[in-house]
Write a protein that binds this ligand. Structure first.
Ligand code: SF4
Length: 160
């Protein structure tokens, strides 16, 4: 069994900053197709770090890596705690892969917003994605699920 950490908002949990979700049908279909070879463990690092839902949107300031929310409050500590809690969950279940929401200041992988709240993307990772990556967990964005599925099914066929 392959254990996979997953951003809870991608599977439809209303944990996004605005109280909504980022339900991704491609991910849900992938979860259905990989039943029996993969087990999924949902996490929302921002909630795990103690932030309420809904909450003001936050971004990582490019110049100093501080996480600042729209009300100009420094929420770096909550983001780092959430990242740590997500890592603990990954370790608890032996997750080698994490499918995380792209562009999020927690979960984003291939680019995040620059802290100016102007929808400006810059290279970088969210706090949780970076921590998990640093511990050797493969972080996959929701746009990369097809590639991951192909690899998993090839791997599964090779073992039969
Ligand atoms: Fe989704 Fe991650 Fe943001 Fe939680 S912290 S709402 S799981 S992107």
């Amino acid at each position: 069994m392959i254990h996979i950490l997953v951003s809870a908002c991608l599977i439809g949990q209303n944990c996004k900053w605005d109280g909504k979700n980022n339900r991704d049908q491609k991910l849900l279909d992938f979860m259905e197709r990989t039943k029996g070879i993969a087990e999924f463990h949902p996490v929302c690092p921002e909630e795990m770090g103690g932030l309420p839902t809904p909450r003001p949107a936050a971004e990582i300031r490019k110049e100093d890596e501080i996480v600042i929310n729209r009300e100009d409050r420094n929420v770096t500590a909550e983001f780092l705690l959430g990242a740590d809690m997500a890592l603990r969950t990954a370790k608890k279940y032996g997750c080698e892969i994490a499918i995380l929401k792209e562009r999020s200041p927690s979960c984003g992988k291939n680019g995040i917003y620059d802290g100016t709240f102007t929808h400006t993307l810059v290279p970088g990772m969210g706090k949780t994605a970076a921590l998990l990556s640093g511990y050797g967990i493969r972080v996959v964005g929701e746009s990369e699920i097809a590639e991951l599925e192909k690899e998993m099914l090839d791997f599964s066929d090779a073992r039969e």
